[in-house]
Structure formats: structure tokens, C-alpha cells
Design a protein around this ligand. Structure first.
Ligand SMILES: Nc1nc2c(ncn2[C@@H]2O[C@H](COP(=O)(O)OP(=O)(O)OP(=O)(O)O)[C@@H](O)[C@H]2O)c(=O)[nH]1
Ligand SMILES: [Mg+2]
Length: 303
């Protein structure tokens, strides 16, 4: 059977579990995951190399994680929506992912309309079925199936892995013959620097309350690779002095906790000791600054 490949975009509301799904499919932490909405800010590719099995050809699937679909109210949010539109264009397949335990509402309709408008085949993934009583599932599937001619409606749990094998098989069946786009050992398109910044941002989201997540941005200021030790300096931007005080915490305690968590994960990622320095900086209104928001996207940092 001929090799198959294609690009598959994962689209859904904030917190639906898009990044958790990407990580579970790839088997590596490609995208950061938190319980807070709007965690993902750019589109992120994760590659899965599929071996041939009985009745299934070998292939390479490039999954694209995206920010959650929301109503944009700032420059940053508009940029996030642009990322979603970019991921919707000329894809081989769209995975629309919803939290199966939540009621379908206007925000879900908005996502569905967006996906419909882009045309092309769509799989509906009913995620988080681990939270659901089994007898609740069938009526949910029936209700969702009436909304659109989905090519597949698949119950999954990105967290437990339930349903993901079947999902991979169905995706492979839906993809065309095509080349291997990336070498087999490459599992993401993001540079290490960006992953490092994202890891720090994840720890910031994890360790702070409701208000800060939207107001923080993380920029790598120094990334010096050594044989045994990497020296990384990171700026955490927020919008107000009060937020800076929260991030630093009493006697620097909060920042220390963030730094320790991030360092441990960076050392595992880089396979080396890491000397990590964090600086908190205030940049008023950065979310409205086109230059700053554009600079946050690693694609713009490279070109
Ligand atoms: N119980 C359960 N929780 C899940 C599952 N998938 C994701 N979650 C949780 O849902 C929350 C959001 O997960 P993410 O993967 O960050 O969601 P996302 O869609 O990428 O969110 P944004 O990046 O903010 O758009 C996290 O707390 C996850 O642990 C699942 O299958 N079951
Ligand atoms: Mg995400």
C-alpha cells in the first residue's frame, strides 16, 4: 500500500483538550497544557509516524494544534484567531474537538460555523469521556450527529488515551497518498527556544490565579548552549506593577517556585543541567502592541 500523509488541524474552544490530544498522539510534550483557557497562542505542529499494519498503510500525519476559538478583543486575541484561520486553510482533515461533558452552546455553534465554512472533511471528537457515565454517551453522539455531516464522530479521552488508536486509524484512512514531509525523528516544528519559553509560561499559568494568564508573555533573552550546562535567561512580561508583585511573591518565593518547576522540565528536555534566570518585567498594554505580539511568534523571530 502506498505511503500516506497529510495535515490535520485540531480545532475547538479553549480548554477542549486540543493540546492534550496533540501530546497524546505524538507521545511527547509538544504543547503546554493547563486548566486555564487560552493557554495555546500559536499553531503548533506535531508529527506522528504510522507504521503499516494489517489493512493500514504506513504514513506520516502532521497534526496542528491551535489556540481555542474565542471572540477576539485585543491584538493578541486577533493574532490567535489568525493562527486558527491559518490552520483551517487547505488542510486534508479537520478534527473538531469538544468537551463531551459540556452542553452545546452558542460558542460551540460559532466554532462549528467556522469549521463548516472552511469546507472539507471534519471528524467530531467528543473528548473527556472519562468524566462521563457510559450511558450518557449515546444520546450525546446522536445529538451532535444531527449538527453536521461529520465524516466520523468519535468519543475519546485525550487524557486516558481511550479511543486514540481508532482515531489514528480513521485519520490514516482519510488521508491521501503523499510524501514524508518531515524526517522521522522530528516530532515538532517548534525550535527548542520556543519550547523553553512555553515551558516557563506553563509554570507561570500553573502557579498564578485568574487574572495573570492573559497578561503574561515569556521571551527568551539568552540561550547559551554549553557541553554540560545551558544558560537560559527568560523575561516574563506582565502589564502592571501589581502583577509583577504577584509573580515575584513574598521574598521572591513565587518566582522561585516557577523557576524550579521550569528548570527541572528544561533539564529533562535538553538532557543537560540548566542555569535558569527569570526576570519579571512590566510592559503596559503589550497585548495591544502589534510589534510585541508579532515578535512573540517564533515564526517571525526566524524570518
Ligand atoms: N478529564 C479530562 N480532562 C482533560 C482531557 N483532555 C484535556 N483535559 C484537561 O482539560 C484542560 C485543558 O486542556 P488543554 O489540552 O490545555 O486544552 P486546549 O484545548 O489546548 O486549551 P487552550 O490551549 O486554552 O485552547 C486541562 O486541565 C487538561 O488536563 C480528557 O480527556 N479528560
Ligand atoms: Mg492548547
Amino acid at each position: 500500500m502506498a505511503f500516506r500523509s497529510g495535515f490535520v488541524s485540531i480545532i475547538g474552544r479553549p480548554n477542549a483538550g486540543k493540546s492534550t490530544l496533540l501530546n497524546a498522539l505524538v507521545g511527547e510534550k509538544v504543547a503546554i497544557v493547563t486548566a486555564k483557557p487560552q493557554t495555546t497562542r500559536t499553531r503548533i505542529q506535531g508529527m506522528v509516524n504510522v507504521k503499516a499494519q494489517r489493512g493500514r498503510p504506513a504514513g506520516q500525519i502532521v497534526f496542528i494544534d491551535t489556540p481555542g476559538v474565542h471572540r477576539p478583543d485585543s491584538r493578541l486575541n486577533r493574532k490567535m484567531m489568525q493562527e486558527i484561520h491559518a490552520a483551517l486553510e487547505s488542510r486534508d482533515l479537520i478534527l473538531l474537538i469538544v468537551d463531551a461533558a459540556e452542553r452545546f452552546g452558542p460558542a460551540d455553534q460559532h466554532v462549528l460555523d467556522l469549521v463548516k465554512k472552511s469546507g472539507g472533511p471534519v471528524f467530531l471528537l467528543l473528548n473527556k469521556i472519562d468524566k462521563l457515565q457510559k450511558d450518557k454517551l449515546l444520546p450525546i453522539i446522536e445529538r451532535y450527529s444531527k449538527l453536521h455531516e461529520f465524516q466520523q464522530v468519535l468519543p475519546i479521552s485525550a487524557r486516558s488515551g481511550e479511543g486514540l488508536d481508532l482515531l489514528l486509524n480513521k485519520v490514516m484512512q482519510a488521508l491521501p497518498e503523499g510524501p514524508r514531509y518531515f524526517p522521522p525523528e522530528q516530532y515538532t516544528d517548534q525550535p527548542e527556544r520556543f519550547i523553553a519559553a512555553e515551558i516557563v509560561r506553563e509554570k507561570v499559568l500553573l502557579k498564578t490565579g485568574k487574572e495573570l494568564p492573559y497578561a503574561t508573555a515569556v521571551v527568551i533573552e539568552k540561550f547559551e548552549e554549553g557541553e554540560k550546562l545551558d544558560r537560559i535567561a527568560v523575561a516574563i512580561f506582565c502589564e502592571r506593577e501589581g502583577q509583577k508583585a504577584i509573580l515575584i511573591g513574598k521574598g521572591g518565593q513565587k518566582l522561585k517556585e516557577i523557576g524550579t518547576l521550569a528548570r527541572v522540565e528544561l533539564e529533562a528536555l535538553l538532557g543537560k543541567k540548566v542555569f535558569l534566570e527569570l526576570f519579571v518585567k512590566v510592559k503596559q498594554g503589550w497585548r495591544e502592541s502589534p510589534a510585541f505580539v508579532d515578535e512573540l511568534d517564533w515564526r517571525n523571530q526566524i524570518s
